[in-house]
Design a protein around this ligand. Structure first.
Ligand SMILES: [Zn+2]
Length: 611
């Protein structure tokens, strides 16, 4: 009897029909399971910054990503699921970028042996690495201070240059003569020692004593030593006023002869007669670029410079503050001084000292006042009656008397409103420019400072970006990858797996640096600043944590610098805030009016300063 064939059940029919589909689905499930198991065995992250708009130093990545940090380094960038983490930061609608590199700072006075390096104003601006030793002035015990900082750590990483003025002063004091062969040998030995200790190059401040006494041969001889160790030559040029073009020619010539990369510090046109002529300076640098290993510059985003009273004096009276009373009581010397002051003032297109404000002076009531507005004792006017005979109405005699009063009473730290905004923007936008605040350490207990000490970086990525003066991508490159390339910092300025986790998390819609010459308001919009994987600032509050390292130059061969600017990259997806943009359209005129009010600074008057 034939066995009746049972018809297959509905389920069996279903399995039969979708056999391969079910197989496939099982395989996918298995793979996901394996992936999750594998992930769970991975070491946990210390921190994941989730869903941020990642800027990698060169460009924005296309989709929001997570950044995983482990052991102070960036361990992964991507979509990080299933890996445990000790801490998470939600960075939705925030930019996650490499921490900023401030290419031009003066923090020597704040680097103290045996103490952690505190730099709250830099951290608050998103800066995680500073380059100090600029304008010819570096730490007098450079090797020791680097060793000390290595043990104590700091808020930020520290890179240093070796300063020509410091070296010259140690070897020959304030002697205005050319160095003897022996003295030059001693200076070269000091530069060599600093380069071996890890300096990244030589800096000069040829506008200040004693650097002002040096000729090209002297600087070339020292630059050659820096070049031997792969360093760069960073210069505060001899004259940033109407002698700028000659000074740039000198800088180029020095670097051609030493075949060393040239970096011009705080490029500016400080003579009123030359306002609007920044393109001419940039064109000159462009034309010389093929002749040098590299040619770059840094900029701060303000039209006021900050320096000592020295810059109001003719070149041969700079650095002579300690002898001011002697000079003022010598009829020949003081006549030469005043005539030199008048010549300088007139040649730069100014008719009085209204552009010069006292930031710091021994008498606090002068702070913030312009030189013409100082109320000086009438006895001083009686003593300086001779000024009127020399000035003869060329400029207000009272201005000169007031300036001489400050000169005769210990000097002052000044703010000079000597630049044009269009020049500053042109300098900043140049393909070879990076950002340098040109400031020192400032804490809110100190009432006075130039706004650049707390506003430089947020002002650029906030106001200047929203005003359409520069794109966010370009501004960020000038604060991250480009300075790292210029100075040869091979593991900074990049957000990349394996790199130290120096990171900044900020809101591109609200970031701003509202500090101005009247009020030193702190930056807004920075959520987190991390140095070597440690959160050092959270919503503007700086922690007493010192993960910052000393970065030493180790490379003993010449730097390989990128001479070409990075290729154009995809445009930022961050939309400019049109409402804010409108309110800032009139920045130049309004700013200039605001600047008629008091200005402040931190540094004491003296032979040396920044500008
Ligand atoms: Zn300088």
């Amino acid at each position: 009897m034939p066995v009746p064939r049972r018809s297959p059940s509905a389920a069996a029919r279903y399995i039969d029909r979708y056999f391969w589909w079910i197989q496939g689905l099982l395989c996918v499930c298995l793979l996901i399971l394996l992936f999750l198991i594998r992930q769970s065995f991975k070491p946990p992250f210390d921190l994941i910054i989730k869903n941020g708009r990642v800027f990698n130093g060169e460009r924005f990545l296309s989709l929001p990503r997570d950044v995983g940090i482990r052991g102070g380094k960036v361990a992964a960038i991507g979509f990080l699921y299933g890996i445990s983490t000790k801490e998470t930061i939600d960075a939705r609608n925030r930019v996650v970028a490499p921490g900023f590199i401030d290419t031009h700072v003066h923090v020597e006075a704040s680097m103290v042996m045996g103490r952690a390096f505190r730099a709250p104003n830099f951290i608050k601006m998103g800066v995680t690495t500073v380059v100090t030793g600029n304008c010819g002035t570096s730490h007098q015990r450079l090797r020791e201070i680097l060793n000390s900082l290595e043990k104590t750590g700091g808020h930020v990483n520290v890179v240093t240059l070796v300063g020509h003025n410091t070296v010259r002063e140690q070897v020959m004091g304030q002697n205005p003569e050319h160095p003897s062969p022996e003295q030059l040998r001693a200076m070269k030995a000091q530069v060599e020692d600093a380069m071996r200790a890890g300096a990244f190059g030589l800096s000069t401040g040829l506008q200040y004593a004693p650097g002002i006494y040096s000729d090209r041969d002297e600087v070339v001889a020292l630059a050659e030593v820096a070049k031997k160790y792969g360093g760069i030559y960073a210069t505060h040029v001899r004259d940033e006023g109407n002698g700028l073009m000659d000074s740039l020619e000198e800088a180029v010539d020095i670097c051609k002869r030493a075949q060393i990369p040239l970096h011009v510090s705080h490029l500016k046109r400080a003579s009123k007669r030359d306002w609007g002529k920044m393109p001419e300076a940039l064109a000159f640098l462009d034309s010389e670029r093929p002749n040098l290993p590299a040619l770059t510059h840094d900029v701060y985003p303000y039209t006021g410079s900050s320096s000592s009273l020295d810059l109001l004096l003719p070149a041969d009276f700079r650095g002579m503050l300690p002898q001011s009373r002697r000079i003022l009581s010598d009829p020949v010397e003081r006549r030469r001084l005043v005539l030199g002051m008048l010549k300088q003032l007139e040649s730069e297109g100014f008719v009085d000292y209204g552009f010069a404000r006292i930031a710091w002076f021994r008498d606090e009531q002068f702070w913030g006042k312009k030189i013409p507005d100082l109320e000086i004792p009438s006895s001083w006017r009686d003593q300086t009656a001779w000024v009127r005979d020399i000035v003869k109405g060329r400029v207000p005699a009272q201005d000169v008397e007031n300036a001489l009063y400050v000169f005769g009473h210990g000097g002052a730290q000044m703010i000079y409103d000597v630049m044009d905004e269009s020049d500053m923007i042109a300098s900043l936008k140049d393909a070879y420019a990076c950002v340098g605040s040109d400031t020192g350490v400032w804490t809110s207990e100190r009432r006075t400072s130039h706004p650049r000490s707390i506003g430089t970086f947020p002002k650029i990525i906030g106001e200047l970006v929203r005003d359409g003066k520069i794109s966010l991508d370009s501004a960020l490159r000038k604060m991250t990858l480009e300075p790292a390339t210029i100075f040869g910092l091979t593991d900074r300025g990049r957000l990349q797996e394996g790199m130290p986790a120096d990171l900044v998390v900020f809101d591109p819609e609200t970031v701003s640096g509202p500090a101005d010459y009247n009020q030193l308001q702190e930056p807004l919009g920075f959520d987190y600043v991390l140095v070597n994987g440690t959160v050092v600032a959270k919503y503007g509050k700086v922690e007493a944590r010192f993960p910052g390292k000393v970065i030493r130059k180790r490379n003993e061969s010449p730097l390989e610098l990128v001479v070409e600017p990075p290729a154009p990259v995809e445009k930022s997806e961050v939309k400019p805030d049109s409402a804010t943009a409108k309110s800032h359209d009139v920045v130049s005129d309004e700013d200039k009016k605001k600047r008629a009010k008091p200005a402040h600074s931190t540094r004491k008057g003296g032979k040396r300063g920044t500008r």
